[in-house]
Design a protein around this ligand. Sequence first.
Ligand SMILES: [Zn+2]
Length: 452
Amino acid sequence: MKISFYGGAGMVTGSNFLLESETKKFIVDCGLFQGLGENTTQANSKLFAYDPSMVDVVLVTHAHMDHIGRIPKLVKDGFVGVIYSTKETRELAELMLNDSVGLMDKDAKLHNLVPIYDESHVRATLGLWKGVEYHQSVDIGDGVSALFKDAGHVLGSSMIELTHKDKKMVFSGDLGSSPSILLRDTEALDKPDYLVIESTYGASNHEPKEKRLEDLRVIINDTFMRKGALIIPAFSLERTQEILYDLNELVESSEVKQIPVFLDSPLAIKITEIYKHGTKHFNDTVKSRISKGDNILEFPKLKLTLWSGESHKIADTPNPKIIIAGGGMSTGGRILFHEQIYLPDPNNTLLIVGYQAVGSLGRAIEEGAKELTIHGEEVPVRAKISKIKSYSGHKDMDEILSFVEPSAEHLKKTFLVHGEMKQALFLAQRLKDYLGVSATVPKIGDSFEIDF
Ligand SMILES: [Zn+2]
């Protein structure tokens, strides 16, 4: 077979891999390019390097937009095959894709382009999309079967294990950092011959995850003492639910005072509902809390503000208070309104809990900008800017090495993807030096013949 890399190669976003047998074409993930500055929209609008109408099956690892965001475009451009993912990924993808339609529209107008897809393409996409259970083997044609294994990254996330005759190939998708706050940890690899693995943090290690709760407690109590507002730009999928879970623990153990907490993101509110029904995929610690009667994502004074009218009224609630709003990198969404209101006051705190891409407003805040332009208005930044680094959704360098190690001798070839070049190349060297694994960092457009 032949494998080609058309996105997520030499960069974190845009995941898109094509696997071709003699008679079939399989795609793994078809995500949006993000954070490429002015080139982002162009990159997403470009024609695919292959003919979508000739693709038989699309396999989806998880519901983040950099893994699913171009699937409706694939459908718009002629794909009529079958899309497979776990059931939870399908459910979450429906929310994510519908939510993105408005953004696509806005972005296209800004660049004088046609939106890369619209509602009708999202509807058509969902019509082709089948949700399966973890570990339910799916025959995808030409003697290849696919198995979705737990990746521990976001609800529904999976590694995809393909089997063809006596050979195995695994696409890791994004791999969760252990221990996962809510989910089960990543499953072990079962000695694949070929591995396509993420390398987002291929050259660095995280702070211990346990530290995050103590950091959050200190920041909330500090906000309380200063009678300020704590603003948290949060990603709607997984990070928001992790923060709600931590707030639940801090509030219910009286480690912090009960103050109003607003979850101000329609997408995050809807995703949180899906999490409430997905508890069978949570880890044992979380499950045992639930079985003792704890509503882990609900606590006193938490208010969900679905409608924009409710969102505008948050300003009327006196401080201290906490506002969690999308989006995570302050590139759009309701967070901008709150930043406009609260950043000028030194008693307030903005808390960064996720990666801020180069060029995003969040990155400017992280790097200490003293003035920002939001909605055309000059906004001075006098609020305290805090950061908790230990919320991470990805395995770090050491975690990836221990994940690969038991399969090292069996691996014929490993491809490192979903990472900036520097991170991926560093990890490739480590894999070679420490584990003797043959690791390659493909570039966009690269193809390799493999014995699979
Ligand atoms: Zn992801």
